[in-house]
Design a protein around this ligand. Structure first.
Ligand code: GCU
Length: 137
């Protein structure tokens, strides 16, 4: 299935900063969410209509989960998604949610829901599940 990567450092950031002081990120850096409720990163992604697997590559060097809610074009899509500790800030892992996307441009926002803010965010990978369907032969 075709996947497209969208770097966090190129997304719209509210209450967060682009940094590059922890190795292992892709692209040119990652987003350090401010440590507060409501900080977010919002990616503009292009997709066909329908479900997509949306994977966030992240690091959390603490032992506390950093939950976030995902919205698509302002509508709740996946809520209370946990981002557990990854061991240290240079250890990156992925978490995948299934979101329903519209045809064309979508705004996918990952918003922190606790006072710790979100995990450090490296990139979002979007894989429309329609691409998984085997064409009839
Ligand atoms: C440390 C770390 C940051 C991280 C922050 C946090 O300051 O260096 O990369 O974002 O902790 O707790 O969110």
């Amino acid at each position: 299935a075709a996947s497209t990567d969208y770097q966090a450092e190129n997304a719209t950031i509210s209450q967060g900063v682009v940094e590059s002081n922890h190795a292992g990120y892709t692209g040119t850096g990652f987003v350090n969410y401010d440590n507060l409720v409501g900080s977010y990163v919002e990616w503009t992604v292009t997709a066909p209509a329908g479900p997509a697997d949306v994977t966030l590559r992240y690091a959390n060097g603490t032992t506390a989960q950093r939950p976030m809610d995902f919205t698509v074009n302002g509508v709740a899509g996946a809520v209370g998604i946990t981002f557990p500790g990854t061991g240290d800030w240079t250890s990156w892992q992925t978490k995948t949610v299934r979101l329903t996307l519209a045809a064309g441009t979508n705004k996918i926002r990952a918003r922190a829901t606790t006072a710790d803010g979100g995990p450090n965010a490296d990139k979002l990978t979007v894989t429309p599940t329609s691409d998984d369907v085997t064409p009839p032969s």
